[in-house]
Design a protein around this ligand. Sequence first.
Ligand code: NAD
Length: 505
Amino acid sequence: MTDLAVPPASAATADREPRLKCVNPADGSAVADYPVAGADEVAAAVGRARAAAPAWQALGSDGRERCLLRWASHLVEHADELCDLVHAENGKPRDDAYLELVLALELIRWAAKNAGRELRPRRVRPGPLMANFAAHVEYRPLGVVGVIGPWNYPLYTPTGSGAFALAAGNTIVFKPSEYTTAVGVYWASAFAAANPDLPAGVLSVVTGYGETGAALCRADVDKIAFTGSTATGKKIMATCAERLTPVLLECGGKDALVVAEDADVTAAAKAAAWGGVGNSGQTCVGVERVYVVEPVRDKFLSALRAELSGVQGSASPDGAYGPMTMPSQVDVVRRHVADALEHGGTAVVGGLDSIRPPFIDPVVLVDTDESSLAVQEETFGPTLTVRTVRDVDEAVALANGTRYGLASTVFSRTRGVEIARRLRAGATSINAPLGFGAIPALPFGGVGESGIGRIHGAEGLREFVRPHAIARQRFAIPGPSLMSFDRPAAMMRLVKKLVARRHKF
Ligand code: NAD
């Protein structure tokens, strides 16, 4: 597939070396290389997006639905090629790449099919004071949305914001992660290939590193939808403050899994193993911490050990999970494991020896001090901390004890929802791992340092529109008006009486 969506390199970018070189994280082999877009190229891409916006908006939600469904169809037709590319550039096994594609397709479909209904004009009651009015809210697209993405789910994450922004009538400029640029370019090129009659700027890509992302934040965009680390999210918010550009921030997490006494303990161990170690632990809503009540602790730990037996990172397209995609993350994982071992933790699966870059085999750390890095900071590797707690109350208190609040998991046969309600998180999956992430109608996003705003679902569509309030006078009330300079004193006395009666409680 050609790079339809990447702006041609100008003389300025051609001179600027080095180019962005995408490599296979398992063996360092070259995958592709791209120009590094500077502020001028970013501004030009945003200009093309703005020029394309009227045509995209004029299609209406039905027309946009057809374009989005054609995009999904094109991605499915090229699934093998795309999953090979995801495997090569991100490192995840091909089946995981396919699963990620399936989730992205469901997001596109949901956004396409529901935007018209969720964003249709909504009548509101005018209230007794304005009984002679009709009132309604219309939802207008923002214009151009800048999407900045990470590398860990290079299809699912830009789709979670991008497809919703498009369905809501915006055009978008996407800056993929420097670690998965080829996948990002493919994703956008597929949209153009599926919709050859659309103007080029509906969905375009600018390639580069953090500076290119910062240039997109400074450009003439109407919102930035960012997915990535909390540290970068803070920088993005600061940069966007320069122009008061609104931000949607989907940042990091330190998600906990709570195992209650009445849990299906084997299922909980399976969920902890896959939720913690799958995708090399590089999942924002992956399980990083487990709180298990004392009576079922031993059973849980032996089931977890059994579940992880033989599981390891590898370069195989059919392996359990792949290498660490971003080389520098290996040092973060090593630091966290070492710190945990120094702070009372015991490794019951793996240990420091499990770290053999670019792969890390599973590490399970038991009863590490709650203040240690492995418990408080996002590790983003195939590691789990497991702490024994007296009861669910203690589990909830500790689960809520970090600055993050992205998602969570609860295993309990009878108290799942009750426990979920007490967790400070944007989402909870009960009795299975990551359920919320595969239901496109559910909003997705965090609290605290996990971010601001929501993607997916109706809330995710509303992030990309501005409400326009419309009040229409249906008939004029004869005589003097409250909203004029000719309010007689008698009228005000009557109004005061009525107001006092209405609000007496
Ligand atoms: P990152 O923050 O390093 O980079 C994300 C993107 O931001 C990249 O495209 C990068 O080039 C760009 N960027 C870097 N500096 C920038 C700047 N100053 N201005 C503008 N853009 C800039 O994150 P990452 O390592 O790519 O991704 C991993 C992180 O993403 C983890 O913390 C993970 O939890 C988080 N994540 C969150 C979600 C979610 O939905 N909450 C989903 C996936 C990943």
